[in-house]
Design a protein around this ligand. Sequence first.
Ligand SMILES: NC(=O)c1ccc[n+]([C@@H]2O[C@H](COP(=O)([O-])OP(=O)(O)OC[C@H]3O[C@@H](n4cnc5c(N)ncnc54)[C@H](OP(=O)(O)O)[C@@H]3O)[C@@H](O)[C@H]2O)c1
Length: 340
Amino acid sequence: MSDTARTWHFNRRPDGDIASDTLALRAAPLPTPGEGQCVVRTIYLSLDATNRVWLSDWDIYMDPIRLGDPMRGFLLGEVTASRHPAYEPGQLVCCLGPWSDRFVIDGEALQPFPDASGLPLADAFAILMIAGPTAYVGMFDIGRIEAGDTVVVTAAAGAVGSLAGQIAKLKGCRVIGVAGSDEKCRWLTDDFGFDAAINYRTEDLVPALREKAPDGIDVHFENVGGEVLDAGLTCMNDYGRVVICGLISTYNSRDPVPGPYMFRNVIMRRLTIRGFVILDYADRYPEFHAALLEWMRAGSLRYRLDMVEGLEAAADALRLLYTGGNRGKLMVRIGAEPAQ
Ligand SMILES: NC(=O)c1ccc[n+]([C@@H]2O[C@H](COP(=O)([O-])OP(=O)(O)OC[C@H]3O[C@@H](n4cnc5c(N)ncnc54)[C@H](OP(=O)(O)O)[C@@H]3O)[C@@H](O)[C@H]2O)c1
């Protein structure tokens, strides 16, 4: 195998949307691993909405990526060499690592990938790494869903949203999804089992929510922000919970984002609004994985993968998340899965 690795680097800070020169792919010799380090060959890279946030100069929940640094993402890979006692060649690992086909990393930054036997590896990575745990924490811990609740999910046809809605259905809630096309709305009701769907591009959201949720909203699971969040706030019930999982409509904004204008409903409806970051829940991943694997194996969770081929396609593919161009959990196949 060649001793050169190809890696995407943060090349120029975007002013608004991610541009063709925001990231640059460079080749460099792979360093020799030091004591406690491993060499990892990447198999899958997860593309996540928050990747854009890491490229901003905002004060965020973790260190942003500095100009010139490797782009960072959630990865599944195979250890090919190890100088760390916990890892050996052939082992499947996941981590927050560089957008690279091969890299050297401290063993302490790796996690063994859970045993997902019986499931396709790509499916397991897509659901277990970020989207599934986020949907789980957002619905149970933050939204505190109860059977019979009316739940609204935005960006509902996406990776997190589609799982969040299905988890609420498994708990016995009535679930309404908001998505950006009629086709995605059909996925919600026909494939993912949502009770109703609203196309925010063609329907007036507040009347549509009042029609689809005539008794009001108990839990609003927000992935979008802006007008979509405002419409949800407008229709909340007393003591409702507003889960701020993501605000994707604002991640490319150059200017401060106004609103929400219906903020007064936090008092009028005695709401609880709470944001969360899934990275804070790392110690509970075994619990999330056990629940998600059980649902996946039982066929109770449906999902769509949008698989992009090749490391070189990663930067262009990331932009799909902010236009609605992705059709399911967006990820990149960078290397082959190990032979069984
Ligand atoms: N809190 C956490 O720890 C955490 C962890 C993971 C993800 N998240 C959040 O979860 C959300 C979903 O992320 P994901 O990775 O699963 O992506 P995703 O939902 O698979 O894809 C993003 C979707 O967002 C929708 N969207 C994009 N721009 C929009 C806009 N301006 N207005 C309305 N909808 C828009 C598009 O769907 P349509 O075609 O329907 O418009 C797009 O397909 C993001 O907000 C992300 O930040 C949070």
